[in-house]
Design a protein around this ligand. Structure first.
Ligand SMILES: N[C@@H](CCC(=O)N[C@@H](CS)C(=O)NCC(=O)O)C(=O)O
Length: 238
């Protein structure tokens, strides 16, 4: 990844063929460079070969762009007509549908959503720690791992044990991608205080994360874009 300027456009040129053919502007995903709340959409768009570009912001200059976003936050998906779609949950579901990663069957769709919401609940537990001092942060995150986050991870492991090959039947869905991205993010070093080897305590989660990381399209993505926090998104990295 080249160094970021104040805003950087990242063109997924190998996927632009159909958009160019039909004269349609590609989707533009606006976010920071980090995986964060945009990684599920990035993976859906990539796996589904949906033509898209990324607009990447630096933290330093982000405030200059905040007012352009519907709710003053990113991720935002810019549609071909210029409309701006906000909220990662909505973007993830929309990109999953475009990519064929959102089950058509209502129950399978709900099972995929269930996994997505559980991961969101798990990550939400860390939200207050972002406002803490560096020392407090580490202590609070260690306590969460031993307490409420640990509980959510155990529940996720149980869910995976009682699911089939994937969380929504026998086909990959955005639910599996959300679990993969959420767990990889957790052990990526992004959260000071969360040990990068903590997945060793959760063999079921570790095996599932590695299984999704090893799928050819996902593996190929991190072979191209596996620097920094994304090193933890590769197979057998966690
Ligand atoms: N509920 C929103 C939350 C979005 C959010 O918290 N975005 C953060 C980055 S992860 C952001 O834009 N931070 C900069 C700011 O609030 O100015 C979503 O899921 O999209």
């Amino acid at each position: 990844m080249p160094p970021l300027h104040s805003v950087q456009a990242l063109k997924h040129s190998d996927q632009l063929t159909s958009a160019e053919t039909f004269g349609m502007a590609p989707l533009k995903l606006h976010y920071f460079e980090m995986p964060g709340r945009a990684e599920v959409a990035r993976l859906c768009l990539t796996i589904g070969n949906v033509p898209h570009e990324e607009v990447l912001y630096e933290f330093k200059t982000w405030p200059e762009h905040k007012a352009k976003m519907p709710f003053g936050q990113i991720p935002v998906l810019e549609l071909p007509d210029g409309k701006m779609l906000a909220q990662s949950g909505a973007i993830d579901r929309y990109t999953a549908k475009l990519a064929g990663l959102y089950p058509e069957d209502p129950l399978q769709a709900a099972l995929a959503d269930q996994a997505v919401f559980h991961l969101a609940d798990t990550w939400d537990l860390y939200a207050p720690t972002f406002r803490m001092s560096p020392e407090e942060k580490v202590t609070a995150r260690q306590e969460l791992l031993a307490g409420k986050v640990g509980e959510k991870l155990q529940q996720l492991a149980k869910l995976l044990e009682s699911s089939g090959e994937y969380v929504a039947g026998d086909k990959l869905s955005y639910g599996d991608i959300a679990i993969f991205a959420g767990l990889s993010n957790l052990v990526s070093g992004f959260l000071d205080g969360v040990p990068t080897n903590m997945m060793d305590q959760y063999p079921v989660l570790k095996a599932f994360r590695n299984k999704i990381a090893s799928l050819p399209a996902i593996k190929a993505y991190y072979e191209k874009r596996g620097e920094g926090y994304r090193a933890a998104f590769k197979p057998d990295s966690a």
